[in-house]
Design a protein around this ligand. Sequence first.
Ligand code: CO
Ligand code: CO
Length: 309
Amino acid sequence: MLIGVATSDDVGVYVLNEEMALVLTTDFFTPIVDDPYAFGQIAVANALSDLYAKGVEPLVALNLVGFPAKRLPLRLLSEILRGGSDKAREAGVVILGGHTVDDLEPKYGLAVLGLARPAEIIPNSGARPGDHLILTKPLGLGIITTGIKRERVSPEIEAEAIRVMTTLNRAAARAMRQIGVHAATDVTGYGLLGHLRNLLVASGVSATIWLSRVPVLTGTWELVAERIVPGGTLANHAYLAPFVDWAPDVSEDAQLVLCDAQTSGGVLIAVASERTEALCEALRENGALAASVIGEITAGAEGRVRVLP
Ligand code: CO
Ligand code: CO
């Protein structure tokens, strides 16, 4: 094993020889949008994201499916799987098969395998003081999907959130391989600051985040002002409190956005500052949704985050 749970990395890596390692990950969850086809696409984009965050191209996958066949029409399941297989095809991933169980709620995701040279796999542990932090998708997906469930979101905002969640993180993987970066992770359930903290602890460094530079989805601020926020986001905020120094004028609304639990969020990258411009250009050329410089790695106490306005 090269990397895995000890450094909170997103994947398991099993080294076969100096030239080749197996890179494995899995992810599955219950529907977060009503449209079964979109849910299938989101579940696959999200499951592949852990490999892309390590700079690795996924190769093959297996479907993991739970479905209440006695309670819901089977055409919903075939729509979920059609969304998943279309997204996998876009990624160039072959779904070899899978397994379905009878379940109380629908669940869908993948077990994914990629191959990579061990030296090319981007770890959580490589961030160094002076590195810039780059984010490749806007935040607010947890807040917006909660707003969708409570019917408080316009069709335009819902469509934009689905577009973001169904976008593969392949652009980030390609840009990182082209330019060379120190560390990377994707931003999912623990929110931006939770995943940042894992990266900082693994690297033995601290960081400063510049709130005004962080991209946020349209509609997020209105919902968070009314406390339409998922439970996971509130839990992240409480859990991270001892590790974060909030500047006095960083509002509680902003704190919740930075801790918002994402589904199929972007990649958070630590890159040497002299390569920042080249990385952002490569991200844009490859079609990333954002290439935002949101902060920097510092040499302070391990795992601490300072948030400035
Ligand atoms: Co991940
Ligand atoms: Co994951």
